[in-house]
Design a protein around this ligand. Structure first.
Ligand code: F0G
Length: 443
């Protein structure tokens, strides 16, 4: 179908065949060819200056949906949504730490910390829109496949909306914090003996056969919400775009969302230039990086393996959307090793900021970009930290307590008897000894 007369405010279009579908159509994919859908909006009726003023005003309002870092941008996210399911979410900080700059070799690096969202990851930005849309179309239940963060977020927002949630996750491959959240928020959780790619295939089939609304990032409304990571960071920078935006990439929903946000912001006059996107994969789960090396001539599927379980994905669903995002922003796709991810994570954690393993891929990616001469050290870069440090405590404890030889930054705890002498015995040497003797002298 193609809308002939006046365009509605919002509609969906298939990126493969151009078929147009209404805003409230519940299909997860194009009803004609099965391609990926994209949400489109009529250009906002306001000028860029008026839009920016409106976004700014909402920032300071009383708590509730308008101040949400997603719904603040409602004109370019989902203009006709009325009764939104909002925590609220977003409003995450942009951080700077010298120790991280030094490690990465980048002088002007900012970290957009999406771990500060209500369930601890950027997924909340997509889920507030996805679950709002589920309610608008009258869905009776919602579902997703996940490496853990999407499931935690879906479970929380479905609980808020009073909708039953079905979640499929790979058995034994989900970080413990994420699984615990998903259970606690009350989603029906199935541990699939397979990997994430199996879970996604299965949940698409199950949502069709059971008539459940699918809320993976295949769903284009999720993408609309995730665009606001970029919009919010641009707002924080006074609409002066950085040179680079660097993010971890797995199923490629976020890469697609970032590209769409930037292109729309540019087209609608919110920003004067387009930053370059750098999507960073884990080397053991890097089918997109491989395609990039081929100039996107081929699409690959791999059997994925990485310590960063969030991005342990071998056949990313949003491939075509993400190709568009990288091409249109003159972007690049990199792969970093697990060792680089863990080293970057130790630096981010040790700075007091902290993030989950997949998030550290973006900081490792910045170092790689600088080392390869793609990014000049004085260029302005924003790296996105996608999830909270407490998402994966299992890996943290293995890293700090068990790994042999001790990896960079390993902080071994020491068990002692419950006696002052035991403390003195431990702190008798090194920095601890200095602290202890200073205290003794001044007392
Ligand atoms: N970082 C974190 C912390 C993630 O949880 C994910 C994806 C990504 C990066 C990659 O984003 O898939 O849009 O390229 N997590 C999904 C999940 C797959 O199920 O939670 P992407």
């Amino acid at each position: 179908m193609r809308f002939q007369t006046e365009r509605p405010v919002t509609w969906q279009v298939c990126i493969a065949c151009g078929n147009e579908m209404t805003e409230l159509d519940a299909h997860a994919r194009c009803s004609t060819c099965g391609g990926l859908l994209e949400v489109q909006h009529r250009p906002p009726a306001l000028t860029a200056a008026e839009l920016i003023q409106r976004f700014t005003e909402r920032r300071g309002q009383a708590p509730g949906a308008p101040t949400s870092g997603v719904w603040r941008f409602r004109e370019v996210v989902l203009p006709s949504a009325q009764d939104v399911v909002s925590h609220p979410e977003g409003n995450t900080p942009l951080l700077q730490r010298d120790v991280i700059d030094r490690w990465a070799g980048a002088d002007r690096l900012l970290l957009k910390h999406e771990g500060h969202n209500p369930t601890g990851s950027f997924k909340d930005r997509g889920m507030t829109v996805g679950v709002t849309q589920a309610r608008r179309i009258g869905a009776r239940a919602v579902a997703c496949a996940s490496t853990g963060n999407t499931s935690a977020s879906l479970a929380a927002y479905a609980a808020q909306a009073g909708l039953p949630a079905l979640v499929l996750v790979p058995a034994d491959q989900v970080a413990i914090g994420k699984l615990a959240q998903t259970l606690a928020y009350g989603a029906r959780t199935l541990l699939v003996r397979g990997d994430f790619d199996d879970c996604l295939r299965l949940v698409e089939e199950a949502s069709r056969s059971l008539g459940v609304y699918l809320l993976n990032s295949i769903n284009p409304f999720r993408i609309e919400g995730q665009k606001t990571i970029v919009l919010e960071l641009l707002q924080q920078l006074g609409w002066q775009p950085p040179d680079w935006i660097v993010l971890p990439a797995g199923n490629l929903g976020n890469t697609a969302a970032f590209g769409k946000a930037l292109l729309e912001a540019f087209r609608w006059g919110l920003i004067p230039t387009l930053p370059r996107l750098a999507a960073v994969q884990a080397a053991g789960a890097a089918p997109f990086a491989r395609s990039f090396a081929d100039d996107f001539e081929n699409r690959y599927a791999v059997r994925a393996e990485t310590v960063a379980t969030a991005i342990r994905i071998g056949d990313p669903a949003s491939f075509e959307r993400a190709v568009h995002a990288i091409r249109e922003t003159n972007g690049v796709v990199l792969a970093v090793t697990d060792e680089e991810i863990l080293e970057a994570k130790a630096v981010v954690d040790g700075s007091g900021v902290g993030c989950e393993p997949a998030s550290a891929a973006s900081v490792a990616g910045v170092r790689d970009l600088v080392r390869r001469g793609l990014m000049a050290p004085d260029q302005h870069a924003v790296a996105v930290l996608t999830g909270h440090i407490l998402k994966d405590p299992g890996l943290l404890l293995r890293y700090h307590r068990e790994m042999e030889p001790p990896p960079p930054g390993a902080n071994r705890p020491i068990e002692i008897a419950a006696e002052l002498r035991a403390i003195e015995a431990v702190l008798g040497s090194g920095v601890g000894g200095v602290i202890l003797s200073e205290k003794t002298e001044s007392s």
